[in-house]
Design a protein around this ligand. Structure first.
Ligand code: URA
Length: 433
């Protein structure tokens, strides 16, 4: 059947059969469909949506377009992972993966690069001198079985359908489709061969999903489909109106993650890390009550053991540990550091994550176009958060830039991201569900 017929049917609000969807994915991977037709099909899906059965078939066909990892069953060491829809300063995966390994899970964490203004776990990890995120699946398996964790990028052989479709979505305005996001995220997670998964669906100014209603619908779509596919999944909706933690930028976020692994660091980061670890304890039957499980995760984080797992993971994945510790010991790496100071006294009532995310990307921490080089050292740290009290001249943020000119350009944008009022401001909870 001509692919044009499928495009027209979807454009007119029709439904595609499982065989038609599987055929589409097969032909995408084989490279036999013209890009303009695939793009038109994606746009039709964006406007018309897919029903539950179409979405499930698309997800599974994408998962099966490449290699799917499989693991020996070991009830004492379930295979788990976490995924976030992405945000500014979202470094949760960095401390979470070693914490999970320290709690006895096996964690084959396959992550992505930054998208738009949202940072990517791989870009953060690659700011560690020598650390390699490109490992073949045999080595990923070895590390996960031996140490409980590997943090890597998708191998060439995994989920090729998503790589091709994502690249087209990125340049055709078809990223924000709930059906396509669900299939894209879950095809990759299901290819890891997981037993349980926790999802962080971000909601707010700097998230794909701006409103709580949209984020809740995406969370339900992801959770429902992943559970149907046999992976015990829980999705949390969390706030992304201000950056998570007090830093945004690749190396600066590694520093904050290590603080978290030392039992310190910002409370909102620690809260999400412990919540997701606690949830996985409950999801895998190792705990019954979420509050108690969060307590267990929190105690483990404070024990120092997850930090040892992190250090061992860095060594195993090729990090130059002397250079890494030297970097950790220096307060500043970027050539230029500027301070943004408060013009008034009062309470911080807004820290605009979208504006800050855009400024951080322009500083060089993210990409404006696919293939752009990342500068690992630039970004922001010592950010204030909503609810903090400030006096005139107090620090609102530090800018780490590669030149005076870049710092100067960033300065006014970054200063405009903060609003201060006289009356005290309540701290918003980071977790919405
Ligand atoms: N992350 C993904 O992996 N895919 C999407 O479509 C959106 C976010």
């Amino acid at each position: 059947m001509a692919f044009l017929d499928l495009i027209e049917r979807k454009r007119d609000g029709g439904t595609l059969s499982p065989d038609e969807i599987r055929g589409f994915v097969g032909e995408v991977v084989a490279g036999v469909l013209p890009r303009e037709q695939v793009s038109a099909f994606l746009m039709a899906v964006l406007f018309r949506g897919m029903d539950e059965s179409e979405r499930r078939t698309l997800t599974l066909a994408m998962r099966d377009s490449g290699e799917v990892l499989d693991w020996s069953r070991d009830p004492r060491r379930p295979v788990v992972d976490k995924h976030s829809t992405g945000g500014v300063g979202d470094k949760v995966s960095l401390p979470l993966a070693p914490l999970l390994a320290s709690l006895g899970f096996r964690v084959p964490m396959i992550s992505g690069r930054g998208l738009g203004i949202t940072g990517g776990t791989l870009d953060k990890l690659e700011s560690i001198p020598g650390f390699s995120t490109r490992l073949p699946s045999e080595r990923i398996r070895e590390l996960v079985e031996q140490d409980g964790v590997a943090m890597v990028g998708q191998t060439e052989r995994m989920v090729p359908a998503d790589r091709i479709l994502y690249a087209l979505r990125d340049v055709t305005g078809t990223v924000p489709s709930r059906d396509l996001i669900t299939a894209s995220i879950l095809s990759k997670k299901l290819a890891e061969g997981l037993e349980a998964l926790v999802l962080d669906v971000k909601c707010g100014a700097a998230a794909f999903m701006r409103t709580r209603a949209e984020a809740t619908r995406l969370a339900e779509s992801l959770e429902g489909l992943a559970n149907q596919c046999g992976v015990g999944t829980r999705a949390f909706v969390t706030r992304m109106d201000q950056p998570l933690g007090r830093s945004a930028g690749n190396w600066l976020e590694v520093v904050e993650s290590v603080d978290c692994l030392r039992g310190k660091g910002p409370a909102d980061l620690r809260e999400l890390v412990c919540c997701f670890a606690g949830s996985l304890l409950v999801q895998t039957g190792r705990a019954t009550d979420l509050a108690a499980a969060i307590g267990v995760a929190s105690g483990e984080l404070d024990s120092g053991r997850p930090l040892l797992v992190w250090n061992r993971m860095l060594e195993r994945q090729g990090a130059d540990m002397d250079a890494y510790f030297r970097r950790l010991g220096s307060d500043v790496l970027a050539p230029v550091v500027r301070e943004v100071r408060s013009p008034a006294s009062g309470f911080v009532c807004q820290v605009d994550a979208r504006r800050l995310g855009e400024a951080v990307r322009r500083l060089g921490a993210g990409r404006l176009q696919a293939g752009d080089e990342i500068d690992p050292e630039v970004g922001l740290d010592r950010l204030v958060q909503v609810g903090d009290s400030v006096c005139p001249g107090d620090l609102l943020a530090r800018i780490h830039a590669r030149s005076e000119q870049a710092a100067e350009v960033a300065m006014s944008d970054i200063a405009a991201a903060f609003r201060i009022q006289e009356a005290p401001v309540d701290r918003d909870p980071v977790r919405l569900t």
